[in-house]
Design a protein around this ligand. Sequence first.
Ligand code: ZN
Length: 290
Amino acid sequence: MRSPLVTTHSHTAPEDAERRRAVPPVICYPTHTLPQPNLSLYMEARRGARKIGETLVKPRDAACFEVDAGQFFRITSIEGPQVGDLNLWNRSDLDERFYSGKTRALHGTHLTTGDRMWSTFPAMRPMATIIGDTLGWYGIDAYGGSVHDVIGTRCDPYTGNLLSGTQYHHCCHSNLTRALADHAALDLAKAEQNVHDVLNVFMCTGFTRDTGQYFMKASPVRPGDYLEFFAEIDLLGALSACPGGDCSSEHSSDVAACFPLLVEVFAPEDGALGEWRLPSPNGYDGSHGR
Ligand SMILES: [Zn+2]
């Protein structure tokens, strides 16, 4: 655990330490050259879309769902405040999956309307674009917290075992593993290899300003709140209703109050997407200098 302004390993700060700290930051990936989604086209197509299916995710469990490219899906809080852990794959190639770290580098620590969920190398293309977020009003609170993060990983039984010696089986990691195994007819070990860092839907998180530690706090989500996406490619999704419930106290246990989550899929009318085309895989030639 680091403490700012305290030197470690007995190294004293150089004389110009304050001047070095005072250098202003530079945004790593300015997004003005990033291909922008046509949000108004998506929203117009969404207005005429009809619901074609739904999946109920039980508390402390996960479920898979499929969405065709050009369709929409909405994740809604029902019955009580609940956080969801979302995985996405290219439906015909599970090796292309959501890349949390790169999405964070491009859009920041938390996602909202207009941001996209990017896929892993070498495809590295938008998998889904957020077109609606009823918690968009939350912004960044006084603790540095915000909602829908791509900074956490997913609660998992290994970290629980490491920290407290537990054997808990309903962490999001295990829930997603079981759901994928059942849906894709994979054995558990193979399914587990495909589970990846999530989009933490509705979760309120940040890093403490003084020690830089990952924190969570009670989610501001209430029944009726939703996060809605446009599917840019054919998707297989898996959503876990986290055993932490609203993540106000603890996760990786059966202590917290937990509620279901609803996933609904909507199809636009024919022709409603106009000139929209499936995003191509990344244009890098893959030769890596050889
Ligand atoms: Zn979880």
